[in-house]
Design a protein around this ligand. Structure first.
Ligand code: SIN
Ligand code: FE2
Length: 210
């Protein structure tokens, strides 16, 4: 795929490889480090089964995406472990949203996913938002991953490609509810994070009005 291109399988998906250069990536990592100091990574669990996901997560913004056995997938304004409000979304990410989201309102939530070498994420839709007119804007930092994306039905054909540090992917329009997931991490493919692994940031709007 080329810059900003719309891959044939999934209209509404826009890909900006290398959107953030090395210095910008380092600055983002520093900002994420501050978020994690304030709002520590937690272990999300699947609804009903309580099975732990392999990623660890936290959030920044007025709302954060959380999941646990009893209450399932949802957005809430406080950290599930500390009970504190989430820290604000770093300015660089608000700017990114203004640049690529093509949406008049700012993001309300930024989910921070941390993938260790063996972590992955099954094929899913981002559908817990009550307003789907805004896109999901995703930033990759650190080790490369094999990303899979398909159509809006689970059974639609999928394509896979590597997301690299600094890449930005926008799931909007007809592609807003495209199924996607992370099949694997490629350990040692980036020197950005001192201890390796991959960080993915996803900016979302949750509600229609401010
Ligand atoms: C997600 O779908 O929440 C994360 C996608 C990614 O890690 O690239
Ligand atoms: Fe997702």
């Amino acid at each position: 795929m080329t810059r900003g291109s719309k891959p044939a399988l999934t209209p509404g998906i826009r890909y900006f490889p290398g959107h953030f250069d090395r210095d910008a990536q380092l600055a983002l990592v520093e900002q994420v480090r501050h978020v994690v100091e304030d709002a520590p990574l937690f272990m999300p669990a699947m609804p009903r089964t309580g099975k732990e996901m392999s990623v660890r997560m936290t959030n920044c913004g007025e709302l954060g995406w959380v999941t646990d056995k009893d209450r399932g997938y949802r957005y809430q304004s406080t950290h599930p472990v500390t009970g504190s409000p989430w820290p604000p979304i770093p300015g660089t990410l608000l700017e990114l949203w203004r640049d690529v989201a093509e949406h008049p309102l700012p993001p309300q939530a930024c989910l921070v996913n941390f993938y260790s070498d063996a972590a992955k994420m099954g094929l899913h839709q981002d559908s817990d938002e009550s307003d789907l007119s805004a896109p999901v804007v995703s930033v990759s930092l650190g080790d490369e991953c094999l990303f899979r994306i398909g159509g809006t039905k689970r059974t639609d054909p999928t394509r896979s490609f590597r997301l690299r540090s600094g890449d930005v992917l926008v799931l909007g329009g007809e592609g807003r509810l495209a199924f996607h997931g992370v099949d694997r991490i490629y350990p040692g493919t980036s020197t950005l994070l001192k201890h390796g692994g991959r960080i993915n940031l996803t900016l979302r709007r949750v509600t229609g009005s401010p």
